[in-house]
Design a protein around this ligand. Structure first.
Ligand SMILES: [Zn+2]
Length: 321
């Protein structure tokens, strides 16, 4: 579809969804949101030390929580989801992926609103103080730009690799210091910082594999090893094993879900957008949907759209066998 028609179609879809929401009661659900980097303010974003990704500042994060609190949502932890939520209720589960030190900026906001959040940690990055590959690529490509197509191909290539291959690619292309973070903005937590952070009552830690492993690139036993190594390190640091996992890059398969269950994980977050309707079917708990909020778009409008239960696109999508 040409982009002008796609925009037109999306606008119609959004207007219909909002009109539907105004007329029909919202269906009970748990809405899961994923965040990555958290910026102190707009100025921090312009320093170009880290891939801005969703452009989320502390102010936008606070605005997001305030929206759902004002609209009667209850904020929950993975353990509360697993114990079973009121099937007539409306819930939000906040998640942060990767283990960035900048995520500590969420804590005063979580305290102010009295809500919890779950932080999915790639533990090898914490142990080794390694930068995340997409930040390395972001910084290096600001210096040595590629065409849009070549840049897209580079990201696709890296997402298709196992972690040893990713590290080798970065070292070969960007030099021996490539894996080293350049600032407090792009670095992961240190083990001591993460241990202290995990003691905060608002903070729950979750599994994001040892090496930010895109698990569908691995043999089942190696995928299980990535998940197990992360479980063990977080248990060593905090005294208890996580119950939740976010699959890096959202990639999962029946083998990945089985590996997660095998190491004791009970709740799994993908990157497929959508509401998780209540009551949760037991088979869905390791394949939950998550929304992405964009800081460079209207936050209130996005929050309203995430709540809607009607989508023209779904109505028009051909049925799959
Ligand atoms: Zn991640």
């Amino acid at each position: 579809m040409p982009s002008i028609w796609r925009r037109f179609f999306n606008q119609i879809d959004q207007q219909l969804a909002l009109a539907h929401a105004a007329l029909v009661p919202e269906r009970p659900a748990v809405l899961i949101f994923m965040f990555h980097v958290l910026f102190e303010d707009e100025a921090a974003m312009t320093r170009q030390l880290v891939d801005p990704q969703q452009h989320i500042t502390t102010q936008i994060f606070a605005e997001f929580i305030a929206y759902y609190q004002t609209h009667g949502y209850t904020f929950v932890t993975p353990a509360e989801v697993l114990r079973g939520l009121n099937p007539a209720g409306r819930f939000v589960l906040i998640t942060f992926d990767d283990g960035y030190y900048n995520n500590h900026l969420a804590l005063p906001i979580l305290r102010r609103f009295g809500v919890p959040a779950t932080f999915f940690i790639s533990t090898h990055h914490v142990q080794a103080n390694h930068a995340f590959w997409w930040d390395v690529v972001y910084r290096e490509r600001l210096r040595q730009p590629l065409s849009a197509a070549a840049q897209q191909a580079e990201y696709a290539l890296l997402k298709g690799m196992r972690h040893e291959e990713v590290d080798e690619y970065l070292l070969t292309h960007f030099g021996p210091d490539a894996l080293r973070p350049v600032s407090d903005l792009d670095r992961p937590f240190t083990p001591d910082e993460l241990q202290a952070f995990a003691r905060e009552p608002e903070v729950v830690l979750g599994n994001h594999t040892a090496h930010h492993a895109v698990l569908t690139n691995y043999q089942p036993t190696a995928a299980q090893q990535e998940l197990a190594e992360c479980q063990q390190y977080l248990a060593h640091l905090t005294g208890s094993e996580p119950v939740a996992v976010a699959y890096p890059n959202g990639n999962y398969s029946p083998a990945v879900v089985a590996a997660a269950a095998h190491v004791g994980l009970q709740l799994g977050a993908t990157v497929e957008a959508g509401k998780n309707y209540l009551p949760l079917p037991p088979t869905s708990s390791l394949q939950l949907k998550r929304f992405l909020l964009w800081g460079d778009q209207d936050v209130q409008a996005q929050c309203a759209l995430f709540r809607t239960d009607f989508h023209l696109k779904q109505l028009l999508r051909p049925a799959r066998a």
